[in-house]
Design a protein around this ligand. Structure first.
Ligand code: UD1
Ligand code: CA
Length: 453
């Protein structure tokens, strides 16, 4: 049975007070709508139809690479009107799941349960019992069977006491949508075409309206303002922390962990407070990440220890490294095993072989550094001439003295030594000592100028 996912995303989102369309507001680093699309894909939806309105072209451009259908609703005349816009492109057989673009965290598992419950009856929905149902559509039941949804503004005082609410998520046969939607009217308290009216139509047709409840309440919570956005962000992050604790990760505080992307972990990973992980990252067995670190699209192999406040972006790090505190690995940093990178060391587009040490205040850019080479404090690869980037190649077991400038393109040989404070502009042969600094001059018994009395 083929499933279409219809996503309502035409609302203005006034309460966000933002220039950005609401469905593009980020949750865990991705637009709200991206979460819904991702879930639709997990369900193997044959088509994803998104109804856009406000900020529409911008929304469409954001998802330009997705295979999906866009339908415009120029005037927001209600949820029923929104789905009416879809009818011209909606298959006449199969089933549709109707979701909201601003309800980002509904799980594929919950939607699958909804599909399973609804397909036999032709219509089903997700409801929820809440302490304060103010504002929501109420589920009117008779002998347990759903009869209708009554919007808050249309509800009698008695109906307003109903605590079972409409989440706005439905599963309906496409054939029925084609049948019912053209008959919606806007004769109600808000003068809108209510999608909710299809429930009474189904009952009138003798259908039983199936219903399920979500596993977690946050799955059906929407984002109308930044307070709700922050609450859902927390809900999402605590779910992720739970997941990773079950995978064997120890968090100093699971409430202070943020994952904005995907993470693969080995066993016995330890993550201290306030760590942010973005993009696709991998942490091998026994990796330790200190407080305040930010890792983006980075892979770290087993037993490497990253000390506090280190920032990695597109780095590949080997086993048993010791990195930080305050280290910065920029794109293209490839570190083999047993590498030590200390404080205020920046590495960019460089390969550091096994056992390389750069422990203090250093910039290694566009460099290849051989096995067991020691890079002294304050070493700089001068890789940029203002126009081009040039390579620095340093051999194995070399020793670069402190405060040296290696002016690229340049090669320093195996076992070579560069004296501290050198500016190296010519290649250094294997096992040679290169000294490129001013010769110290000494004047004995020097008398400093005196102030005249
Ligand atoms: C709707 C339901 C209500 C339910 C509530 C759950 C109706 C009539 N009411 O209420 O029973 O309890 O959701 O949150 O359906 N949208 C459009 N075009 C429109 C109108 C809305 O795309 O013309 C989109 C919005 O962007 C939003 C979603 O539909 O994503 C819901 O709209 P909203 O106005 O929040 O729904 P309510 O009327 O509050
Ligand atoms: Ca709403």
């Amino acid at each position: 049975m083929s499933t279409t996912v219809i996503i309502l995303a035409a609302g203005k989102g006034t309460r966000m007070r933002s220039l950005l369309p609401k469905v593009l507001q980020p949750l865990a680093g991705r637009p709200l709508l991206a979460h819904v699309i991702e879930t639709a894909k997990q369900l193997q939806a044959q088509d994803i139809i998104t109804i856009f309105g406000h900020g529409g072209t911008f929304v469409k451009e954001t998802f330009a690479t997705e295979k999906m259908t866009w339908v415009e609703q120029t005037e927001q005349l209600g949820t029923g009107h929104a789905v009416q816009m879809v009818l011209p492109v909606l298959a006449t057989s199969g089933t549709s799941l109707i979701l909201y673009g601003d309800v980002p965290l509904v799980s594929a598992a919950t939607l699958q349960r909804l599909l399973d419950a609804s397909i036999p009856t032709g219509i089903g929905m997700i409801t929820l019992n809440v302490a304060d149902p103010t504002g929501y559509g109420r589920i009117v039941r008779h002998h347990d069977k759903i009869q209708a949804i009554v919007e808050h503004k249309d509800a009698s005082l008695e109906q307003q006491r109903i605590q079972e609410i409409n989440t706005g998520i439905y599963c309906v046969s496409n054939q029925k949508l084609h049948e019912w939607l053209p008959h919606l009217s806007n004769k109600n308290a808000q003068g809108e075409y209510y999608l909710t009216d299809i429930v009474a139509m189904a009952v009138a047709d003798g259908l039983e309206v199936a219903s399920i409840q979500p596993e977690m309440a946050f799955e059906v919570e929407g984002v109308n303002d930044r307070v709700q956005l922050a609450a859902l962000e927390r809900a999402y992050q605590s779910q992720q922390a739970l997941h990773f604790m079950r995978e064997g990760v120890t968090f100093a505080d699971p409430n202070r962990f943020d994952l904005r992307g995907s993470l693969k972990v080995g066993r016995d990973v330890r993550i201290d407070t306030n760590v942010i992980i973005e993009g696709d990252c991998e942490l091998g067995d026994g990796v330790e990440i200190g407080t305040g670190c930010i890792l983006k699209n980075t892979k770290i192999a087993a037993h490497t220890k990253v000390q506090p406040y280190s920032i990695f972006d597109q780095a590949i790090v080997g086993e048993n490294n010791l990195i930080g505190p305050f280290a910065r690995l920029r794109p293209g940093s490839i570190l083999a095993d047993q590498v030590h990178i200390g404080n205020f060391v920046e590495v960019k587009n460089s390969m550091l072989a096994q056992g390389v040490k750069a422990n203090h205040f250093t910039y290694l850019g566009d460099a290849i550094v051989g096995k067991d080479t020691n890079i002294g404090a304050g070493t700089i690869t001068c890789n940029y001439d203002g126009v081009h980037k040039h390579k620095t190649e340093i051999g194995e077991a070399a020793f670069i003295g402190s405060n040296s400038a290696l002016v690229a393109p340049i090669k320093v040989g195996h076992g070579a030594t560069v004296a501290a404070g050198s500016v190296i502009t010519r290649d250094v042969a294997d096992h040679a000592l290169a000294i490129g600094r001013a010769i110290q001059v000494e004047k004995p018994n020097y008398q400093r100028p005196q102030k005249s009395k």
